[in-house]
Design a protein. Structure first.
Length: 261
């Protein structure tokens, strides 16, 4: 039996890649989705695909006025906000222009703060809500030549915890998903190289690259009542990659005591 109560989800960066798939999963879960992106054609195409339960809008997450009017355009506070918009400006720190450093932090970290704060004011005035941020395994372990991407994603992990603590009393849960090696969106170019793909996927304990659906499933779980007692957490969705530091080190079987009697 369907419910006639509309629940809104805002998904930023929904015009491509993982965000478009999160929007699709959110519609499937019964949300009406405000799909935001700076890529007008991208969000239009996603909305055309998803039908009337998806409303596209050009909203730059770094533009305070645009974020305010994007939320004002909704009939009510969103129940779910997914801060998915993100960019990379990869390159060695020794050569990294300040502009690239600032731009990556501005979209990834400041954008997450700005949209969250603006939405949370509305959620707090309603019945609460739920925020899920897209972090990255790059925010949990250092990757050379990641520019400001890793620092920004590590910042999202802490911002997630801080928002969760400050807004729990307003009925707002805040969590993050840290995707691992995902064959989608901004990483498509990496996996276009067969050899790189083979080596990278060989390092993942579960033996495969992740998909946008893997990430969307985790996002929708954290956004759902099934995660109703979870807040301030970052869930790595990475096939075990981030926990595998010791897994590839050799250790002779002869040092095992089990099974030697
Ligand atoms: N794909 C991966 O391997 C991977 C791994 C870890 C984390 N992530 C994170 O997942 C999220 C989605 O990544 P993706 O792979 O789908 O990338 P993507 O490049 O395919 O999509 C990102 C979207 O964000 C939009 N965007 C960029 N700047 C914006 C702004 N200022 N305002 C609004 N929208 C903006 C882009 O137009 C694009 O549609 C990002 O936060 C990314 O850091 C991705």
């Amino acid at each position: 039996m369907g419910s006639d109560v509309t629940k809104w989800a805002v998904v930023t960066g929904a015009g491509n890649g993982i965000g478009a798939v999160i929007a699709r999963h959110a519609v499937k879960e019964g949300y009406t989705v405000a799909a935001w992106d700076v890529d007008a054609e991208g969000v239009k195409a996603v909305a055309a695909d998803l039908g009337e339960a998806c409303v596209p809008a050009v909203v730059d997450v770094t533009d305070e006025a645009a974020v305010e009017s994007g939320l004002d355009a909704l009939p009510q506070a969103p129940e779910l906000l997914v801060n998915n918009a993100g960019i990379v400006r990869f390159g060695p720190l020794l050569d990294l222009p300040l502009e690239d450093w600032e731009q990556a932090l501005r979209v990834n970290l400041t954008g997450t703060f700005l949209v969250s704060r603006t939405a949370a004011r509305r959620m707090a005035a309603a019945d609460g809500g739920c925020i899920v941020n897209l972090a990255s395994v790059n925010g949990l372990a250092a990757a050379p030549r990641a520019g400001a991407y890793s620092s920004g994603k590590a910042g999202i992990v802490m911002l997630t915890e801080q928002m969760a603590m400050e807004w729990a009393s307003h009925g707002i849960r805040v969590n993050a998903v840290a995707p691992g090696l995902i064959h989608a969106g901004m990483s498509d170019a990496i996996y276009a190289d067969e050899e790189v793909r083979r080596v990278r996927q060989g390092r993942v304990p579960l033996g495969r690259l992740g998909s946008a659906d893997d990430i969307a499933n985790a996002v929708l779980f954290l956004g759902s009542d099934k995660a109703g007692y979870v807040t301030g957490q970052t869930l790595a969705v990475d096939g075990g990659l981030i926990k595998s530091t010791l897994a590839s080190l050799p250790r002779p079987k002869s040092v095992d005591s089990v099974g030697t009697d």
